[in-house]
Design a protein around this ligand. Structure first.
Ligand code: SHN
Ligand code: NAI
Length: 303
């Protein structure tokens, strides 16, 4: 992972953009939605950038850039059509500890610009580490059509109620079940039913533990799509052998792992409402399926 995704708090972030042509304007279309303080320096500016200046969203200095301009900011976007100038300014930024992006020149980028799905609080950033920005853009348009616009007010609704949920459901694990129940009922919509789905989810805050079994001869890519919600709930993985990378990627990042277990320790976890996965050989998994008749045995074609 050469490029690591982060979400930057733009409140009090200082951004400098050098150049004010089409490329700078595209960057501004997204940056102007943030809380960042934005300064633009360019000899001349396209109409869209002039509009941002007129509306006071940015401050614009219409002049040639100086090397001494690269200071007092957190991020700098170098968007002039002069490659040598962009690269020189990027070097200066580096010495000043300022993160630079040279549009279309990853060698001089301290960070790269992802393709962004903007749904208010929900932000999805896609990168191909520069390999295929067009693929990132197309994946974005697929996500855009899949995620309803009303997901923006949905996340405002949720954010407003987060504290109430924390107060009404003091146990962390129960809160997780609450939100799982809420999203099961409500999905990604925000409409007249959302409040009812929210209230109903308070009624079902105790979870029933679940035992999920996977035979180590089953490759992760042959697991049915219906297996995913089960895997996402796993809190502890039991296995006497290493879990393959492909399967591990499908599990929750905060799931714990243990190679020592028996029926009793599994039973205790289930009684405490936890979801467990046992990844073992065929005999072991079949034995557990017999002794825990409610276990979910995930195998190709099992849904
Ligand atoms: C490394 C990166 C650095 C950076 O710019 O930050 C970079 C580098 C380069 N882009 C190039 C070309 C194109 N870039 C686009 C589009 C986008 N490029 C974006 C980001 C990034 N581009 C960063 C990596 C992102 C990642 O990880 O995937 C997006 C996501 C965001 C944005 O730009 O705001 C935006 C889509 C936004 C959206 O719609 O969602 C298109 C298509 C189009 O314009 O429709 C083309 C033409 C097709 C092609 O050539 O592929 C070239 C070759 C230039 C040449 O040949 O001259 C280089 C240089 C190189 O590859 O060396
Ligand atoms: N326009 C596009 O769709 C794409 C552009 N690019 C590349 O991105 C870069 C910028 O492209 P555009 O915005 O189209 O260019 P542009 O020519 O429209 O704008 C360049 C901007 O840089 C400013 N500038 C130039 N020298 C300056 C200096 N010494 N001091 C201050 N400002 C200066 C100009 O005043 C202008 O505002 C170019 O390198 C271009 O090759 C790459 C892919 C697509």
């Amino acid at each position: 992972m050469q490029y690591f995704p982060l979400f930057i708090d733009t409140q009090s972030l200082k951004v400098l953009i050098v150049g004010a042509g089409d490329v700078a304007s595209c960057k501004l279309d997204l940056l102007s939605r943030t809380d960042a303080n934005i300064r633009v320096i360019a000899i001349d500016a396209c109409q869209d950038v002039l509009n941002y200046a007129q509306s006071k969203r940015i401050s614009l200095a219409l002049r040639a850039v100086n090397e001494s301009d690269i200071k007092d900011c957190d991020l700098v976007y170098l968007c002039t059509a002069n490659t040598a100038l962009n690269e020189r300014l990027a070097e200066i930024a580096k010495t000043q500890g300022i993160w630079a992006n040279v549009v279309d020149n990853p060698k001089f980028c301290r960070f790269i610009t992802p393709s962004i799905v903007d749904r208010g609080r929900l932000q999805i950033a896609i990168s191909t580490a520069g390999a295929a920005p067009v693929y990132a853009r197309e994946l974005r348009s697929r996500l855009e059509s899949w995620l309803p616009l009303s997901i923006t007010p949905l996340f405002d609704f949720i954010a407003e109620r987060r504290e109430e949920v924390q107060q009404r459901i003091p146990v962390f694990k129960h809160r997780r079940v609450f939100w799982e129940q809420f999203f099961n009922r409500n999905a990604s919509r925000f409409d007249s039913e959302t409040e009812r789905h929210y209230q109903e989810s308070f009624a079902s805050k105790s979870s029933i533990g679940e035992l999920v079994l996977i035979d180590c001869s089953t490759p992760a890519d042959l697991l049915p799509i219906g297996a995913m919600p089960y895997l996402q709930k796993i809190e502890v993985t039991y296995s006497k052998q290493p879990v393959p990378f492909e399967l591990n990627e499908l599990l929750r990042r905060d799931a714990s792992f243990s190679c020592s277990y028996n029926d009793e320790s599994i039973g205790l976890r289930l009684a405490a409402g936890e979801s467990c996965l046992v990844y073992g050989d065929t005999d072991e998994v079949l034995g557990l399926a017999r002794r825990f008749p409610n276990a979910k045995y995930l195998k190709p074609g099992s849904f």
